[in-house]
Every structure is written in C-alpha cells, then in structure tokens.
Design a protein around this ligand. Structure first.
Ligand code: NAD
Length: 490
C-alpha cells in the first residue's frame, strides 16, 4: 500500500504543481476568468490539486476550436481515423497504471476495479476505431422509378458531459465513438473527479489526434456544463448523470434544438426465485452492489427475494456485507473505498436514518467507518417494502434493500414499481418463467442468471427515467451521425 501511495503521489505531482488545466485546441490553458476550485481526495479530504473553473467564455473558445477541427477531422478518411484511434488505445494501455492510480485517488474507487476500467477505456477506443472505416456506409433502396441512396455523415461538434463514477472509462465510452464517427468533442468532466479527463486528452494528442478534435473544459454543471448545452455550435449532447440533471439539460438545450443521448439513474432489481442457483445469485447480487463502492448505474440496489428463501438469502448477504474489505483505494485487497465526496457521503448516510424511521431493519452496516475520509460500511436493509425511500430513490452507495415477494406477479409488480428502468437481473432455472418475466420487465438491459457482463456491440441504455437512446455497436454511430438520403430517377 505504501509503495502504491508513493507511486500515486508521483503521478499526481504535476497536477499538484500546475493544477488541472483546461485543454483547448491542443493547449493547456487556465480558465479565462482565472477562477479555480480544488479537487479533494475522498481518502482524507485533503486537496489534490486546483482545477480550472471554466465558464461560458471557455466553452465558446472550445466550441470554436472543435468547429474548426471538424472541417478536417470529418473529412479524414475512416482508415486514418482508425489508425489514430488505435494508437490512442495503445497509449492508454501504456499509461494504464498512471490512469488507474490517479483515478483511485481522485474518486476513491478501489484499484482492483480501476485497473480494469483503464484497460476497458482502451478497449472502447479499439472497438470503435475498428468501425470507423465503414461508418459512413448506407444502402441503396430502389423502386420502379427512383433509386434512393442513403449514407451517413458525422453530425458536427458534440458536447460530452460525464459523471464522477469510473470517469475515465465512461468518458471513453462516449468520446471514442464520437471521434470514430468523425465528430469533434468538447468534454466537460465531473467537478468531483477531473484528473483523468486531462490525461485522456493529452494521451490522445500525443498519439496523433489533431489539435482541436478533443477539447476539455473543467468546471461546474451550472456554469461550464450549462454553457456547453446552450451553445448553438454544439449539435448533440451525450450526457451521463442523474435523471434530474438530464431534465435540466433538455430544457437548457431546447432553444438550440440539439440531439440528446441520456444515460441516467437506476434502481435496478435483482430478482431471485427459489428455483435458482442460490449460491451464484447471492455472489452476483453482492458483487453488483458491494463493488465499485455501489457507485455504479447498473448496480443491483434492490434485492427481490422469493419469501420461501428470503430469511436464508438475507442472512447470507448480511454475512458477506460484514466481510467486505473497506479500505484505502490503493490497497490491492480493498473492495470498497471511500465514497466520492463528503456531500455524497452525507446523502448516503441520510438513508440510514430514513430506513430506521420508515421501519426497515439494518441487517448489516448502516454506519460510517472511521473519522477520516468518506468511508461507509456495506449495508443491507431488510424488512423493507417497495414504498420506502430506500427502495425508490437511487442511493448510489454500497447499500442494498431486500424486499420479499410471493410469486411471479408480485415480483414483476415490485420490480416495475419505480420511476427508473435501466437494468434488471433475474435468477431462475425456469426457462418459461425467464421468458415471461423478461418480456414484461421495464428495463433497457436484463441479465438472466448473470451479473452485469458487458459486450461492446450490444445496446446499452435505459427506459423510463433511466435514459434516452442507446450506446454500443452501431447504436453509438447512429447517435453521432446524420443519415441522409439522395433520390435519383432510374
Ligand atoms: P450529475 O447529474 O450530478 O452530474 C453529471 C455531470 O453533469 C457533471 O459533469 C456535472 O457537472 C454536470 N451537470 C450538472 N448540472 C448540469 C447542468 N445544469 N447542465 C449541464 N451539465 C450539468 O451526476 P453525478 O452525481 O456526477 O453522477 C451520478 C449519476 O450518474 C447517478 O445518477 C448515476 O446513476 C448516473 N450514471 C448513469 C449511468 C448510465 O449509464 N445510465 C452511468 C454512470 C452514472
């Protein structure tokens, strides 16, 4: 651990000395106003670096740079874009340790997951790079009199706004397909975790990405984020964050008629029937909530268990929760690190009181760990029902609410009784039951007898208040490209 901390300090020394600057048209620049804010480490709440606090004038400069760069990047042959983006993937792999260590200190996420997330960022670049050469392809449609030729074009400069949970990986999930499509990007990362976004733009330019193609403006949602969504030079906004922020962005961007892609909150059920492989179900359900600090949009935050096995399952889940290692994010054994920020910690802790007040039982955890930093013990609520705040609101921490159900209809009713619809997990050995339920569950993504295992070509996204649009495979390209049709007489 001490060795890892020393290495992390070395990696972050430059940010300590120079701050985390914006990156516009290939140059590291402070905010034009000179304003800054501190990013703190959730391990000890000490400042890690000062960060440029961008505003509308910085966004305007970044959008102008991305408009200028769009003129050549959008015309760069797909094969050349592919070659550059593959180099970006290789450069990410070469600096994966630096990215992972920096991310651990900036977000509190444990190294065992962040080292994989950095590599996943490279995989995102590689996957979308490979699709760049064919991105403009369409098809010909003809009838007796006309020949219609459809093709695709990059949309223009786009805004990418990302949250603080696994920020590096998530931003590559948006930025890689945008660049592969021929779009240019202005990225506004989350104010709680700005460091690895700066690493990404530097790595990309060192690997050959032309200046102005990817620009970075740090700052708060209400100024830099808002200005980005309102700018008329931005053709689309790819946003990952809370549902209520999505609502604000839609209103802010309405006067300039933008395309939106929203990946928002979730309150995902994991449904366990008594005919399931209970051992595997428990292992998956606990992994999905007690890893990545529970700060994961697809986490299984509602545990719906058939009443015949509810007592046994919740006893074993409580046992697992009590044994999860909470500790320093750079300790290789740590599973749960500190939550991102004291503000977020306060929100998570508030649900312990709400649970007690509403009559739920705290079967594990339910308290802060230690005095220093934002460490919270993995928590299980039992004796809960779906009307409680702990079952309806996204807590976004290592906090699980267990609710019993009687039969299929009851499970379905409880699972769908939420404003969200991102993911659902179903555990049963009944094939017909799995078919019936997945046909009626209100979720954009479902896994049967499995935890969240991602496949990059598969669609990713939610229904209801969990999002609009899909990422992954060709769905990403549909978002960043305009489909045009030309009709000729035959
Ligand atoms: P958030 O909505 O508070 O912030 C996300 C980003 O939006 C930040 O960069 C923030 O500065 C910016 N922002 C805030 N107000 C804005 C405004 N008015 N205009 C423009 N930008 C604005 O979310 P968060 O707390 O950083 O992240 C956690 C949330 O993200 C959770 O709800 C989680 O479920 C969600 N999330 C969803 C997915 C998914 O794929 N569906 C993935 C990861 C996280």
């Amino acid at each position: 651990l001490q060795d890892n901390i020393a290495r992390a300090q070395q990696y972050m020394q430059r940010f300590k000395e120079q701050g985390v600057l914006n990156h516009i048209n290939g140059e590291s620049v402070p905010a034009q106003s000179g304003a800054t804010f501190d990013t703190i480490s959730p391990v000890d709440l000490k400042p890690l670096a000062s960060v440029a606090r961008g505003g509308s004038e910085d966004i305007d400069r970044a959008v102008k740079a991305s408009q200028e760069a769009f003129k050549t990047w959008s015309k760069t042959p797909g094969k050349e874009r592919r070659a550059i983006l593959i180099k970006v993937a290789e450069a990410i792999e070469a600096r994966a340790e630096e990215i992972a260590f920096t991310e651990c200190m900036d977000t509190g996420q444990a190294l065992r997951f962040m080292s994989k997330a950095a590599i996943r960022g490279a995989a995102n670049f590689r996957y979308f790079a490979d699709k760049a050469p064919e991105a403009e392809d369409g098809l010909a449609l003809r009838n007796d009199t006309q020949m219609n030729v459809t093709s695709k074009r990059p949309l223009g400069p786009v805004g990418v706004i990302t949250p603080w949970n696994t920020p590096f990986m998530l931003s590559t999930w948006k930025i890689a397909p945008a660049l592969a499509s021929g779009c240019t990007v202005v990225h506004k990362p989350a104010e709680f975790s700005p460091m690895t976004a700066k690493l990404l733009v530097e790595i990309a330019e060192e690997a050959g990405l032309p200046k102005g193609v990817l620009n970075l403006v740090n700052g708060f949602g209400e100024d830099a984020g808002k200005a980005l969504t309102e700018h008329k030079g931005i053709k689309a906004v790819a946003f990952v964050g809370e549902s209520r922020t999505g609502q604000m962005i839609m209103a802010q961007a309405a006067p300039t008629l933008k395309r939106f892609h929203f990946e928002l909150g979730g309150k995902n059920p994991v449904i366990i029937f008594d005919d399931a492989d209970i051992e595997r179900a428990i292992e998956a359900a606990t992994f999905m909530i007690y890893s990545l600090n529970g700060e994961r949009c697809t986490s299984s935050s509602r545990l719906l268990v058939q009443d015949t096995i509810y007592g046994e399952v919740t006893r074993r889940v409580a046992d697992i929760a009590n044994n999860v290692k909470v500790g320093h994010p750079l300790d290789p054994d740590t599973v749960v690190g500190p939550l991102i920020h004291p503000e977020h910690e306060k929100k998570v802790l508030s649900y312990f009181d709400k649970a007690r007040a509403q009559g739920a039982t705290i079967a594990a955890g339910g308290e802060k760990v230690g005095e220093e930093g934002c460490f919270v013990r993995p928590t299980l609520f039992t004796q809960a029902n779906n009307d409680m705040a702990i079952a309806q609101e996204e807590i976004f921490g290592p906090v699980l609410t267990a609710i019993p159900f009687t039969d299929e209809d009851d499970a379905l009713r409880i699972a769908n009784d939420t404003e969200y619809g991102l993911a659902a997990y179903l555990w049963t050995n009944g094939l017909n039951r799995a078919m019936r339920l997945t046909d009626q569950l209100e979720a954009g993504m479902m896994w049967v007898n499995s935890e969240n295992v991602r496949h990059l070509p598969a669609p990713f996204g939610g229904v209801k208040s969990s999002g609009i649009g899909r990422d992954g495979g060709d769905w990403s390209f549909d978002f960043y490209m305009e489909t045009v049709n030309v009709s000729f007489p035959r």
